[in-house]
Design a binder for this molecule. Sequence first.
Ligand code: SAH
Length: 346
Amino acid sequence: MEKIDLLSLTYEELENYLVENAEKKFRAKQIFDWLHNKKVDDFDDMTNISKECLQKLKETSYLTSMELVKKQVSNIDETTKYLFKLTDGNFIESVFMKYKFGNSVCISSQIGCHMGCSFCASTVNGLVRNLTAGEMLKQIYIVEKDTNERVSNVVIMGSGEPFENYDNVIKFIKNITNPNGLNIGQRHISVSTCGLVDKIYKFADEKTQVNLAISLHAPNDDIRKQIMPIAKKYSIKEIMEACKYYVKVSNRRVNIEYAMMQGVNDSLKDARELAHVLKGLLCYVNLIPVNEIAENEYKKANMSVVNNFARELDKCGIQTTVRRELGSDIDAACGQLRNKQMEEDR
Ligand code: SAH
């Protein structure tokens, strides 16, 4: 019999699992507390659970674990990058960021990625597998333990395409927002997608208050196809319609991510075209100079070019922020640390 991955169970699933194993339903509250607040790594640490119940748990389930193998702290802004080794030997990364409004963790949703964006380090070796909900949670739990700080915000913006791992991401969101667990507010969670249109509709219909970010990075389909293979499947027009539906259902503004690459998507003409495309969508644009990485040749747009681009969008009535780069000295762009580790291992 295959063992149950206890940390990945939602609260309801945990209740059902206990009942199926002839245990009392109320035990779910206690066990959920051990898993998600006290963050135990060992069944025997659950001191208020009876021996018999623990025995059953051990026989039929397991606790997700991962090893913290490397930590890089930025000298500039305390941003910390974590490298974890999973039980199957794979590596994943997470980033801890301190802001005035609280602490944020950026988590990975997959090991690698197969979206193939040409500027991204996470995708160069393809997709290995989806992460479980438990493996996504554990990234945050270990960071909380390690920093001794409470995490108040979560961004699902590390390696991987979260909407390719849709069901596990939903379970993750259910668990991290559960009042019996970390109880992070939905509005403090962001999920970023390269634009899987069918999943944007599906996600809207979950009726959450989670922030949706779209990695657009281009003002038209021609440029987008050059840098993002997914553009061959879904047009910007289709993405915009899906975003409007998200706004309608959630009443939330959508974030448009735009990584500026020198000579690729950073002209004033691009800015005006982008503004035109976004007309009528409740959104704001995050401009970020592309992170230059060893895996490709893209150069970041000059800061003056980025600021002019932002001004042009503003003039056209599009709310824009130029995102502060954090952790530029620690390979904080997703995928970089993992790639280095894999090279060292080879
Ligand atoms: N697959 C999802 C989430 C992971 S990528 C998505 O596409 O949104 C997280 C964000 O980092 C995306 O906006 C992605 O386009 C961006 N990104 C990837 N590589 C980058 C780089 N080298 N510089 C700047 N942003 C990058």
